[in-house]
Each structure stands twice: as structure tokens, then as C-alpha cells.
Design a protein around this ligand. Structure first.
Ligand code: FE2
Length: 233
């Protein structure tokens, strides 16, 4: 099974603190049935540019590869980024290189406030001018901010991919809505968004189990097939 959103690379963002934690997160993911995982460290334009980010990310990845060489009991890792929205993002030169595994799919973290029309216009420009398909990270975390607006529906009407975190399905109180949105194919892809081994540990296996139980194997297959398309595997 596929995990399209994680912070498993060591010492690059607020995710895994070191190689040891990375190994534990990978082992736990694999135990839960995750075979392929996108490493998507945070990218903030206020702190970084693409060149320096890629250098840090690739170094962290190389260290993990060295440590795990010869092991076949861990998920395959694919490189990407979780790009935080910024004004002018649709004109930013380094965007293509931040896509997942050299695809045209880019994990995009939206602002945690009420979006202006300008924000949605930038998303449209990313799609039409740059031919990049945004994967909207953890949709569930923006909904309350958009109360009283049509922003969520307007976002859904664009050619974006909607990602939810496993916790949205795992939490009893949000499960019903999450399952409904998966059933309606509004939520198309899932991620653990795992950051560590305690407060935000790998938890996607449980979410896939719930989906299997509520919607059947076909729903799990649909999500995974789409994950494979994004990762180009
Ligand atoms: Fe994240």
C-alpha cells in the first residue's frame, strides 16, 4: 500500500529527528503494510530555495539508503516535498523539481486561514500555466477556516488531487465524513503525514483497514492504483 505524505527523512524538518527514528518509522510503516512511501519534507519559501532544499533532502535520503542497504523489509522511498503555498508560487522557477518522484504531481500545503480569490487563482495558474497537478495536503485541516465561503467547493472544482491524512479516517469523530468523501472519490489519496514515533507515528495501516471494512477492497485498490500512478511505479 502507498503512503503519499510523510516526514520520514532525518533531521531536515520537524519530522524524524535522526536516522534511528527514520528506521523505526520505516519498520513500523512496513509492518502496517506500506510498501511505497513518498518522503515529503516541508518546503517553506521563507526559509529555503529549491537548490538548498534539494541538497539537504538528497543528503538525508543518501544517509537513509546507506543505512538500509540490502534490506528488503522496508518500504521503497520516493522523493518529494510538501510545498507551503506562497504568493507568486505559480511563477516560481523551482516548482517542477519539488514534484514527487519527477512527476507532475506536487504536494501543496494550503494557508491555514480563509483563502482569498487570489489564492485559488494561483492554484489555477499552477495547473494551467505550469501543467503541475497540485495534491492538496490534508484537506481536513483547512475546512473550518473556510466556513461561510465556497472555497472548498471551488477548490474541488479545480483539477487538483485531494489528500487526507490517516488520522481523519482513524478518529471516530471524523470517520463518517472521511469515509463518505472517499466513497464519493473526493478524497483520492492518503498519507500518514507521520513525523515521529509517538505523537504523529505511522498510522496508515489502520486507515486502510477501516476503508476496507467500510467500503470494500475496491476502494483500497482505487486509492493504491492512483498512488502508483503518482509515483510512476
Ligand atoms: Fe506534512
Amino acid at each position: 500500500m502507498i503512503d503519499i505524505h510523510s516526514h520520514i527523512l532525518p533531521a531536515i524538518d520537524d519530522g524524524s529527528r535522526n536516522l534511528e527514528m527514520t528506521l523505526k518509522m520505516l519498520e513500523e510503516s512496513y509492518k502496517q503494510g506500506i510498501t511505497d512511501i513518498a518522503a515529503t519534507p516541508h518546503f517553506y519559501i521563507s526559509k529555503d530555495n529549491t537548490e538548498s532544499f534539494l541538497k539537504k533532502r538528497n543528503n538525508a535520503y543518501d544517509a537513509v539508503c546507506k543505512e538500509t542497504a540490502g534490506r528488503n523489509d522496508l518500504p521503497n522511498i520516493y522523493l518529494g516535498a510538501e510545498v507551503y503555498f506562497f504568493n507568486g508560487i505559480s511563477h516560481y522557477d523551482g516548482l517542477e523539481e519539488l514534484c514527487i518522484n519527477n512527476s507532475r504531481y506536487m504536494l501543496l500545503e494550503m494557508p491555514f486561514n480563509k483563502w482569498s480569490n487570489k489564492v485559488l487563482a494561483e492554484i489555477e495558474n499552477i495547473i494551467f500555466d505550469r501543467k503541475i497537478i497540485p495534491i492538496i495536503a490534508h484537506i481536513e485541516r483547512y475546512i473550518d477556516f473556510q466556513n461561510g465561503t465556497d472555497n472548498i467547493n471551488n477548490l474541488f472544482s479545480l483539477e487538483v488531487i485531494i489528500q487526507a491524512n490517516a488520522s481523519y479516517i482513524n478518529y471516530m469523530f471524523s470517520r463518517r465524513k472521511a469515509i463518505k468523501w472517499i466513497d464519493n472519490n473526493i478524497i483520492q489519496i492518503l498519507g500518514s503525514d507521520a513525523h515521529n514515533m509517538d505523537s504523529r507515528a505511522p498510522n496508515l495501516g489502520k486507515a486502510y483497514d477501516i476503508i476496507r471494512k467500510k467500503l470494500g477492497e475496491s476502494a483500497v485498490s482505487r486509492i493504491n492504483d492512483f498512488g502508483k500512478e503518482i509515483l510512476n511505479i
